[in-house]
Design a protein around this ligand. Structure first.
Ligand code: ATP
Ligand code: MG
Length: 534
């Protein structure tokens, strides 16, 4: 309910006015201003309209102005009750303190109308103030939201700058890609990795699904499922097929871009070096395993091959010791020969083991020197003949004028001794063995040919592995070392060795070494000059 404060000097007027107004309003009536000397208790009371007469206004105009001031911008109305003659006496200040006046004698209806107008104006100003406050609040809210948006935009811009910097730093390959295979954007680090250009990218020629080899595509499918359900995918290792068809090993991680369900950002690392190092390690491990296996094969071979001749020697020595006196000279000589054969077999084995040990530790010396190769071959054949069965036939032929060649004679003797003794060992006793020498086109070719048991097809690729023996050797003795030594000796000369063989037909080993002969001629057209040794 609106409160009306009344300051009137005349007590009767106060009463009448209060009576008329208290029907609709709460009325506070003050005592005589003159008598109270401004010590009025109601001055601090809140009110919505003050009705006062000229005397009261004269005393209270400062209070009235202060009250109005405090209420600003709300309208606090003051209504002056005045006998008409008095109006001219009002000063400018007093006018500023009042909002309306009503002249005596006061008509009830007019009073009602003026009071109602003033109170309504106050109510309006009150509503206006609260609307204004609401508006201010909304403006403040909007300003705050705007400020927040600007901060967010600035943060976004900063993020974008940082992201661009990361992309353009090219420390790591970065792509923006669709989940169905397209590459929308990529930095140079990625493009360099796979050998494509920005032009290829712009032309839509790069798709990650097409760059992925078939064996990795199931991994891609898994990761797409993962990223669609969780927003990111766990790192994976795979390969990309580069523009030139080569492959690059990569490690890949990625996440969905926030604003889209189909676009992801992927980080790609070239791990080719690491993969190569891993492969090297695997190779070294395999080599180590091979060496261990070789060692154990070697130990079992040596113990087996040494035990036989040792048993034989100790058997014959015991026989000679116990029954030496009773044996005939021929019998004794036969026993001694068996002992010497066993000893020379052991000596040969020891020599082979020694050479083999050198080849395995890469310590086999290579000392090329000028060599007259024809007499060298002839002498070697004679030596082999001495240690071979009596009816062996060795045929030496040569083409061209092979005279002095630059080669390592020790290694050459390993090559020829092993090939020729194999040819004899794996052939019937009376079967011929051929050694053909040819010097042509800056290379020396040595061909050893027999008509023996031959080598099964499946064994041919393993012949040069240490301790390997084909399954058709039956009881023919051997350790499987010879050809691995031959191979190393040929390698040291920078040459090659080939084999052509058929079971029960025969075998031909061909050694070609790039050794320059000083009197070299064409071999093909010149007929071989047989040089039969036996
Ligand atoms: P050793 O170490 O005493 O020479 P080996 O003759 O068995 O023993 P290699 O000379 O290395 O060993 O030969 C390997 C295998 O190749 C032989 O065991 C044999 O199976 C096969 N081989 C080699 N030369 C011939 C050949 N001329 N005819 C048939 N088989 C052969
Ligand atoms: Mg051999």
């Amino acid at each position: 309910m609106n409160r009306i404060l009344i300051f009137l000097e005349n007590g009767e007027n106060r009463r009448l006015l209060a009576e008329a107004l208290s029907v609709h309003y709460q009325v506070l009536v003050a005592d005589s201003v003159v008598q109270a000397k401004q010590a009025l208790p109601l001055l601090d009371e809140p009110f919505d309209l003050c009705i006062l007469d000229g005397v009261a206004l004269n005393h209270l105009w400062e209070w009235a102005q202060a009250k109005k001031q405090v209420e600003q911008p709300i309208f606090l109305p003051f209504l002056l009750v005045t006998p008409q003659a008095n109006v001219n006496l009002l000063t400018r200040q007093l006018w500023q303190s009042i909002d309306d006046l009503i002249t005596k004698p006061i008509e009830k209806l007019e009073l009602q109308a003026r009071v109602e107008m003033l109170l309504r104006s106050r109510q309006l100003s009150l509503r206006l103030k609260s609307a204004n406050e609401q508006l201010q609040k909304e403006i403040a809210e909007r300003d705050r939201a705007e400020a927040e948006r600007e901060v967010a935009i600035a943060a976004l811009r900063e993020n974008e700058i940082r992201f661009r910097r990361l992309v353009e730093s090219n420390v790591i390959g970065i792509t923006v890609a669709g989940t169905s295979g397209e590459i929308i954007d990529a930095n140079d680090a990625f493009l360099d990795m796979v050998g494509y250009t920005q032009e290829d990218l712009q032309a839509g020629r790069i798709r990650w699904d097409e760059m992925t080899p078939p064996e990795y595509q199931h991994l891609d499918r898994e990761r797409v499922q993962e990223i669609l359900s969780s927003g990111f995918f766990t790192a994976l290792e795979k390969e990309y097929i580069c523009k030139d068809g080569s492959r690059v090993s990569v490690q890949l991680g990625g996440a969905l871009l926030e604003e889209s369900q189909q676009t992801m950002i992927c980080f790609v690392l070239d791990i080719s070096d690491r993969k190569r190092a891993e492969a090297e390690t695997q190779k070294s491990l395999a080599r180590e395993r091979e060496i261990n296996e070789l060692k154990s094969r070697f130990v079992s071979m040596v113990s087996h091959e040494f035990r036989n001749p040792l048993n034989l020697i100790s058997g014959f020595v015991q026989l000679l010791e116990r029954q030496g006196n009773q044996l005939s000279l021929d019998r004794k000589a036969e026993f001694f020969k068996r002992i010497y054969d066993a000893i020379s077999k052991m000596r040969k084995l020891l020599e082979d083991v020694l050479i083999f040990g050198k080849t395995e530790s890469a310590n086999l010396a290579f000392n090329p020197a000028p060599l007259e190769i024809v007499p060298f071959c002839q002498k070697l054949i004679e030596d082999i003949k001495l240690s071979s069965p009596a009816n062996s036939t060795l045929i030496f032929t040569q083409a061209g004028e092979c005279q002095i060649v630059e080669c390592d004679s020790t290694l050459l003797s390993y090559i020829l001794t092993n090939l020729l003794s194999n040819a004899i060992k794996y052939s019937a006793a009376d079967s011929p063995v051929h050694l053909h020498l040819c010097c042509q086109d800056g290379a020396v070719t040595l061909q050893v040919k027999d008509e023996g048991i031959g080598i099964p097809q499946e064994a041919q690729e393993h012949l040069f592995e240490a301790f390997y023996r084909a399954n058709n050797v039956d009881s023919i003795p051997g350790t499987g070392i010879g050809l691995s030594i031959v191979k190393q000796a040929v390698n040291l000369h920078g040459g090659t060795i080939d084999v052509v063989s058929e079971v029960n037909v025969g075998t031909t080993f061909t050694v070609t070494m790039p050794i320059h002969s000083r009197a070299e001629e064409m071999c093909v057209n010149s007929p071989p000059s047989p040089n039969e040794i036996m």
